[in-house]
Design a protein around this ligand. Structure first.
Ligand code: GLU
Length: 498
């Protein structure tokens, strides 16, 4: 049974790269009939941010990446929040000591600082540890006395020199680390709390994780993780590793950072982050008007390259096409324009009734009164013309309220003195129409234009401007039919009088 996990730390907003990590885990689980688990890695209480866990869960729900197990989702391998598992980690660290693969270290922060400043590239490891204060360098009796006296001690991983550690990364292939270059990582802190490394490995083991799919920044920790599996004697069930490529800045140089959102005026988070600290607040894809399906499709292709030219994938299509082998090693450029393109495509393809449901809260927030039928019509007429969901009520405001501003160019070009009386006459003709369907209106107006020996270009642009203020709106007769006779005539008269 394939079991994968998304294991974020609740240290603030979830970067969009984190959502991509969750997505790839989810896709692999679904593809192979496995389980997708959410584990909250909150052992570093100094970095804990209130609300971050709820944010993560909401982001997963919004994108449809709903875990099978995890914090907020139940499951048989819980608890899934590391702070709720705290008691067990010390026992595992102890086990490693007993197996000769870990040791106590009593060095104080000052002593370590001193080592760092006096020795260039100091690492706490096989070449230095015998000169430091730990249970390998001290006698058994000294160690026991220190422990009995309650001297603060950490537990460190004991790394033997002269080993090559080979990782068969599913994306990167063979990656080799030399143990001499690795430090004896702290596993358990003086307060009894585990570090990321210990908690992560113990939990992956206990939760029977088969594949660890995570960001490239964790590749360098993997050598330590492999040694931990060996240290515990868990090598046989060690998960396979897959390290995802970095997400690069829109212009392609360097890693996309949380600060790039503000810098480029683009969202780099799935949902907006709203807190008491305005410095921390940031926009999200959701609040910027993206539909979640478009975000998922965009993220799926950020580093994963399926065969063929297809770009639009439903979730089911993603699941069936997905494979870790098709993920590239090189960084993937965060192309916001492409994200917008996906959003347009998804909005265009969406069912009008579903879109009406999306538009409704925006309309309500502006106090527009609109029936279901009307919103469905708005969806139908505008969906080819919008990028974001709020565009229906923003750029398309004129479908809900009177025109605020008439396109000056068109007015200057078309609103000629000789046209004005004809336009008035047309308004009266329109007022007499008994059939207010788009087709009937078109027929009436075209006949009128013909009878007056005018050209469509003399009149139709003015009708458009009168109804929408812009030349970019939906087809004019569709709009008129949708607005209905009273509103249409009112708008035509308002325009005549400007
Ligand atoms: N807690 C780590 C993070 O915040 C998890 C890394 C991993 O998946 O092992 O990304």
């Amino acid at each position: 049974m394939v079991r994968v996990r998304f294991a974020p730390s609740p240290t603030g907003t979830l970067h969009i790269g984190g959502v991509r990590t969750a997505l790839y885990n989810y896709l692999l689980a679904r593809k192979l009939g496995g389980q997708f688990i959410l584990r909250i890695e909150d052992t570093d209480q100094t970095r804990y941010v209130p609300g971050a866990e709820e944010y993560i869960i909401e982001a997963l729900r919004w994108t449809g990446l709903v875990p099978d197990e995890g914090v907020g989702f139940g499951g048989e391998y819980g608890p899934y929040r590391q702070s709720d598992r705290k008691a067990m980690y010390a026992e595992y660290a102890q086990q490693l000591i007993e197996r000769g693969n870990a040791y106590y270290a009593f060095d104080t922060a000052e002593e370590l600082d001193q080592q760092r400043s006096s020795t260039e590239n100091f690492i706490y490891g096989s070449s230095t540890r015998m000169g430091l204060r730990n249970s390998l360098a001290l006698s058994k009796a000294e160690t026991e006395t220190l422990l009995a006296n309650g001297t603060p001690a950490v537990i460190r991983l004991k790394i033997d020199p002269g080993q090559s550690i080979l990782i068969n990364d599913l994306i990167r292939g063979e990656v080799v680390f030399q143990s001499d270059e690795l430090d004896d990582k702290v596993l358990l802190k003086t307060d009894g709390m585990p570090t990321y490394h210990l908690a992560n490995i113990v939990d992956d083991h206990l939760m029977k994780i088969t594949h660890v799919i995570r960001g490239e920044e964790w590749l360098s920790s993997t050598a330590h993780h492999v040694l931990l599996y060996r240290g515990f004697g868990w090598e046989d069930t060690m998960p396979q590793f897959a390290h995802l490529p970095l997400i690069m800045k829109p212009e392609g140089n360097g890693k996309l950072s949380k600060r790039d959102g503000a810098k480029f005026g683009i969202p780099v988070f799935p949902l907006a982050w709203v807190s008491d600290d305005p410095e921390q607040n940031a926009p999200g894809f959701r609040e910027n008007g993206f539909v979640p399906e478009a975000v998922v499709n965009f993220l799926a292709l950020l580093g994963w390259h399926p065969e063929g030219e297809q770009e639009i994938f439903t979730m089911d299509e993603l699941i069936s096409a997905f494979s870790l082998e098709k993920i590239s090693k090189g960084g993937a450029r965060f192309d916001y324009e492409k994200a917008k393109w996906f959003n347009q495509k998804y909005i265009q393809a969406m069912d009008n009734v579903a879109l009406a449901n999306i538009i409704r809260p925006y309309a309500e927030s502006k106090n527009y009164t609109a029936t279901e039928d009307f919103l469905v019509k708005v969806a139908e007429l505008m969906k080819e013309r919008v990028t974001f969901v709020q565009d229906f009520t923003e750029t398309g405001y004129y479908l809900f309220e009177k025109v605020r501003i008439y396109d000056a160019d068109t007015v200057a070009k078309k609103w000629k003195p000789e046209v004005k009386p004809v336009f008035s006459e047309l308004t009266s003709v329109i007022e007499q129409c008994s059939d207010f369907s788009a087709a009937a209106l078109e027929e009436t107006v075209k006949t009128f234009i013909h009878d007056k020996a005018l050209k469509p270009g003399d009149i139709l642009p003015l009708l458009r401007i009168a109804l929408a203020g812009t030349m970019k709106g939906p087809a004019v007769f569709d709009m008129a039919a949708m607005l209905g006779k009273t509103e249409t005539v009112e708008r035509l008269r308002l325009f005549e009088n400007v």
